[in-house]
Every structure is written in structure tokens, then in C-alpha cells.
Design a protein around this ligand. Structure first.
Ligand code: DX5
Ligand code: ZN
Length: 228
């Protein structure tokens, strides 16, 4: 990964991609302006949906030229950290709600050579991550309940995003927002202090590997709205 900076990152979530064509989809979104590639790992236990695991992450890795941003919605996390490191994750994010020892988890992620992220569900207060800020490279605020793409943005989360931004201060920690981000909600989260915007359906909607310029238009629209 390149040096830390707080310029806006658009991170398309491949949860909304064609699951039969991940390699081509990743290449298409990067060619169309994605800054990071957001990879949603779900276990059917921590969240009510199942996606894929470290083997799929490893298969995607050679296609990712930017940053592979892996969001774990699994519990437990610790038994799988080395597998995701071996698979080539750049950022590995675990939920603060995923177990009783999140501090240990974050240390283990860094020890395995990755950037460590901590995610908060909508029902979890910002303060839950306050004791962890010296041990993370990214805070991910969920603005939907995790598990599915295409859900509606939960507006009261904007106050929490602003609170997290205040807590982060000058620390080299990205503030990422995930869920219901589109050209309408992007300006709100950017104004509240987010610098990394995950977007699934709003990026992939209407496009395909064959019509990848639509991904580019969608990414550009979100970026322009956030910067406007
Ligand atoms: C939700 C995932 C998100 C999801 C976002 O559980 O963590 O990354 O793919 O999808 P949209 O942008 O469609 O809300
Ligand atoms: Zn996600």
C-alpha cells in the first residue's frame, strides 16, 4: 500500500459484481477509477448471508492492482487471520462485535503484516472503538445492517461518523463508510468526515464487464458528489 493520505477513496464492493467473473469485474472497476477493491466476507453466522472465504480472496489477488480491502463479517476471526494474510489482503477489518477480544484480533492482524481495521454495526456506539485507536489503521462505520447489498442508508449514522472523525483526530486512520452509499448519500458521509466510501449497488448498477464504462460513470458520479 502507498503512504497514508486522507484523499477520498471510492471502494466498490464486489458483493454486487457477477460472482462468476470476479477477475474480470475487479479489472473493470479498477480500469474505471476504483481506488480500492472492497471484498465482503460473510459466514452465515455473524451475518445472515454467506459469500466466500480466503481461497476466493487469493484467486482475486492477482487481479487487484490497487488495495484489497477485506471486510470480515465472520465470527470468530482469529483462526482465519493467517489465511487472509496468505491470500494477500492489504487491509483486514474485523467487527468490534465479533468476539470478546477484539484488541487481540487487531494486534494479530498487524502482526500478520496487514493493515488492521475495526468495523462497527449501526447499533454500536462510536465509543466502542475509543480504546482501540492506537491499534488500528481504519475504522469502518456501517450505515446499513451488514449482510446484504442494496439496503437503505441509515441517516442517524451521520452523527456517529462525525463523532468517529473527531475521535480519530490527527491519527493516520482511515474512516470508511459502508452501506447505502450513492451519489445522494456520499456528500453527507464525506461532510461528516469519511475518507473511504464503499459502494456496491451504486457502482455496479446498470453496468457489466462488457459495458464497464457505466461503472466508470457511477464511480465518477459518487466521487463528484462527495467532493462537491
Ligand atoms: C454489507 C456490505 C457492504 C455492501 C454494500 O453487508 O458490507 O459492503 O456490499 O452494498 P451497497 O453499497 O449496495 O449498500
Ligand atoms: Zn463491506
Amino acid at each position: 500500500m502507498t503512504a497514508f493520505d486522507r484523499t477520498l477513496k471510492i471502494a466498490p464492493s464486489i458483493l454486487s459484481a457477477d460472482f462468476a467473473a470476479f477477475g474480470a469485474e475487479v479489472r473493470a472497476i479498477e480500469a474505471q477509477g476504483a481506488d480500492w477493491v472492497h471484498v465482503d466476507v460473510m459466514d452465515g453466522h455473524f451475518v445472515p448471508n454467506i459469500t466466500f472465504g480466503p481461497q476466493l480472496v487469493r484467486a482475486i489477488r492477482p487481479h487487484v492492482k490497487t488495495v484489497m480491502d477485506v471486510h470480515l463479517m465472520i465470527a470468530p476471526v482469529d483462526p482465519y487471520i493467517d489465511a487472509f494474510a496468505d491470500a494477500g489482503a492489504d487491509i483486514l477489518t474485523a467487527h468490534v462485535e465479533a468476539g470478546p477480544h477484539v484488541h487481540r484480533t487487531l494486534q494479530a492482524i498487524r502482526a500478520a503484516g496487514m493493515k488492521a481495521g475495526v468495523a462497527l454495526n449501526p447499533g454500536t456506539p462510536a465509543e466502542a472503538v475509543a480504546p482501540l485507536l492506537d491499534d488500528v489503521d481504519l475504522v469502518l462505520a456501517m450505515t446499513v445492517n451488514p449482510g446484504f447489498g442494496g439496503q437503505k442508508f441509515i441517516h442517524p449514522m451521520l452523527d456517529k461518523i462525525a463523532a468517529l472523525r473527531g475521535m480519530i483526530g490527527d491519527r493516520k486512520i482511515h474512516l470508511e463508510v459502508d452501506g447505502g452509499v450513492d451519489a445522494t448519500t456520499a456528500p453527507l458521509v464525506a461532510r461528516a468526515g469519511a475518507d473511504a466510501l464503499v459502494a456496491g449497488s451504486a457502482v455496479f448498477r446498470g453496468g457489466s464487464v462488457e459495458e464497464a464504462q457505466i461503472y466508470g460513470e457511477n464511480i465518477a458520479a459518487i466521487r463528484a458528489a462527495a467532493q462537491g
